[in-house]
Structure formats: structure tokens, C-alpha cells
Design a protein around this ligand. Sequence first.
Ligand SMILES: O=C(O)c1[nH]c(=O)[nH]c(=O)c1I
Length: 310
Amino acid sequence: VSLATSIAGVSLSSCLYNASGPLCTTAEELDAIGNSEAGAILSKSATLEKRAGNPEPRYFETPWGSINSMGLPNEGFQYYLDYASRAEAFAKPYIMSISGLSHQDNVDMIKALAGQKHIAAIELNLSCPNVPGKPQTGYDFEQSRALLQRVFEHVSLPLGVKLPPYFDLPHFDMMAAVLNDYPLAFVTCVNSIGNGLVIDPESESVVIKPKSGFGGIGGDFIKPTALANVRKFYTLLNKDIAIIGCGGVKSGLDAFEHILCGASAVQIGTQFMREGTTCFSRIARELGEIMQQKGYADITSFQGKLRSLD
Ligand SMILES: O=C(O)c1[nH]c(=O)[nH]c(=O)c1I
């Protein structure tokens, strides 16, 4: 069986790779992804300037998933642009995530990426839930349109967007109406579920310091929401916009479910943070075994073929 897939002409040796965020902030962490069975290397969302992020503790794990309020800590845009030539050593695409603090910052970063031949694609983050005082662009449909309008005046590389999870069906229609107006390579569904709260009943306190303990939720907690978002956008978006699944993937079966809902590729975040790079080879092996048992030779044999009950 083959897990290979291609997104906007970018060929991935495996449809599994890392979600932006966990363990992809430094060159060493990015190298480890390059040396793993991940099908691509995706960097931590970059801002124009280096950021320390929010005060610690800012990440916490429970048996059912994670909570984080990192606050966009990253080495700054130039660092991840410089890394691109180093990524060439690995026979896999290097994708840069950007999350500018303003529309202008996003445009400036995208202009600087023009013609960069070692960067396979850009993942524009519309859904960081943890920059105090900054509402998520992805929940403001007019702002999303305004930003995409400006982005597509300058972008030359394949570009996709990282979306927050939506919950109200009309919101899917409203965001799809925006996305379908632009030649996006992909959308990644979903980012963490923003502003959850995990508490420790023993100490009777929150478990992370920033934002009174509020943070983005990932892991098992969010798989049903992630699958719904993958499925909904798969049915609503132009067929040349690929859906990348993200949320609650810790096994081959979880990856299989995302692809059945319509994902062309699958990102792993919380489980990667928990397990390290072995998660990519393990989940790929498990997915391959499931495909073998079901008689599917490749991803397209079952992609999007979720059955309804009517
Ligand atoms: O707090 C973060 O750095 C962060 N945390 C998330 O859960 N999603 C994001 O897109 C980001 I940029």
C-alpha cells in the first residue's frame, strides 16, 4: 500500500506529518522531523520578529489531550526562511507556517517568500487563540477575506490556511464562501479549540499560567470536532482545495478516519509532543495495516468516501 499523496503539486512521501506548534521551533527540532518518517517538515508559526511567548507553565497534558497558551513563541521569520536551505538535506517538502501580528506583517512575510525555491508551501495561520488582545482572524469572515485579498496579490508559492474549528453550520457556509474565492492550495482543519480550561482539583488551581489558565485544547478531546470540520469543508470547498486533517490523531485508525472524511493528508500535534518522532513511523505502519486489511492500495481508494446512513 502507498501513503504517498500530493498537495498542489507538492508531493509528500507520506500523508502524515507534524502539525505546526509542537517540537518544530528550533533547527534541531526541525531536523528531527526531517530525519523521521514524517512526509513533510512544517515549522512553528513565525512572526516577523522573534518572540519569547507567554510566561510558563504554558503547556499541560492530560490523558485525553493537551492545553496550551504558548503565545506564539518563535525564532522569527528570517530564522525559518534561513532553515529552508538546511531542509534541502531531507527528501521531503519544507512548509513554512506564518502568523503575523497584523495583515501587513503577513503580507511582508509573504513578499519575502516570493521565489524561495526551497520552500514547498506556506501555511497561513488564521487561528492562533493565544495572543492576548488579538481576536482570531478565522472567526471574522470579513477580516479573513480582506487578508486573503491582500495575500493573493503577492503570493507566488502554494498557500493554504490553518483554520480554527467552527461549530455553527452557517459559519461553515460563510467561511467556505470566502475561501472558494481564492486559489488556495489547501486548508488545514483544525487548530486547537480555543480557550478551554483544565484545572487540578487537588491543588484547586488552573494548570497553565497565561490567561487565567485558559488555552487551546488538542488531542482526543477534539477529534469529533476536527472530523466534522474536515468533512464539512471537504463537501463545501472547490475540489482543487485540498483538506489537511489535524486534531486527535494518535493512531493509524484516527488518521484513517480523517482521510475517510476527505483529508488528503493528516497532521499530528499533541501525540507528536507526547511521543516524539516515532509517532510518524508508528501511525504510518498502523494506517498501512488498516489499508491492507480493507484492500485499499492507496489514499485515494477511500479518501472522502464516508458513508451516510440515509
Ligand atoms: O499559543 C500558540 O503559539 C498557539 N497555540 C495554538 O494552539 N495554536 C496556534 O496557532 C498557536 I500560534
